[in-house]
Design a protein around this ligand. Structure first.
Ligand code: GLP
Length: 244
């Protein structure tokens, strides 16, 4: 079931999402949070940092697993998702860095890295709350539109649309890696609660197709309709094509 919180703008979206994440951490201090990168969660992370600084949230026991990472990028490289997480969140709160996990983009044996990542999620006891952004083509994590859904963590070839959308974070378009490691939809769906945040008119079609269209691997996020506890926090622009 998908519950929709319609908010006015990105600021409200971030505040609502941060509220939901902090509620999870307060209810279960050693919660396992599934985290996302991209522009969408930046405001949410800022709000969490602010509340942490005020003494309202304690992350000391929290564990995290991120959705994805570019293949071939070192965790220290400025465009890597590990670096993003350290900069926007982990480095600014009292989380134990050893309890934060991002797929290793430099793994020598990527197949093993994928298997180990799924095992890690299992060993952590599964994800309590998974935060997701939404790609313009309906992707979640780096699960791109495809002929079939992929269950576990796997390597993907990024689509041109994703490469173009993410090129802004690199010095040159040629620098964007063409492949990435991503959690599969099976792992994502096993999260006990899923929180999707979407802002802006440029995502309106993706929101409509994902939440109001048929469930199809051509729109990976549409599979979320089958999960029992999804919250979509979307602003007016993102909901423009939906009648709710
Ligand atoms: C990226 C990430 C996703 C993210 C999505 C949307 O490629 N791999 O995890 O949710 O695309 O990104 P943004 O929030 O910048 O629009």
């Amino acid at each position: 079931m998908v519950r929709i919180y319609a908010v006015e703008d990105e600021r409200q979206m971030s505040r609502k999402a941060a509220n939901l994440i902090s509620a999870q951490v307060i209810l279960k201090p050693d919660a396992v949070l599934g985290l996302a990168t991209g522009s969408s969660p930046i405001g949410t992370y800022r709000q969490l940092v602010e509340w942490y600084e005020k003494g309202d949230i304690d992350f000391s026991e929290v564990r995290t697993v991120n959705l994805d990472e570019y293949l071939g990028l070192d965790g220290r490289s400025s465009a890597s998702y590990r670096r993003f997480m350290n900069e926007y969140l982990f480095g600014k709160i009292n989380i134990n860095i050893d309890n934060t996990h991002v797929p290793n983009g430099l793994a020598e044996n990527v197949d093993r890295e994928c298997r180990d990542y799924d095992r890690l999620v299992e060993e952590l006891g599964g994800i309590d709350l998974q935060l997701l952004g939404l790609g313009h083509n309906g992707h979640i994590g780096f699960n791109e539109p495809a002929d079939a859904f992929e269950n576990g963590t796997h390597v993907v070839d990024l689509t041109e649309s994703t490469i173009n959308a993410n090129a802004r974070l690199f010095a040159r378009r040629e620098d964007v890696p063409r492949r990435a490691i991503t959690m599969g939809v099976g792992t994502i769906l096993q999260a006990r609660k899923i929180l999707v945040i979407v802002s802006g008119e440029d995502k309106a079609r993706a929101v409509r197709d994902a939440f109001f269209g048929p469930v199809t691997s051509r729109v990976p996020a549409s599979i979320l309709q089958l999960h029992r506890d999804v919250i979509l926090v979307a602003d007016a622009g993102a909901l423009r094509l939906c009648r709710i």
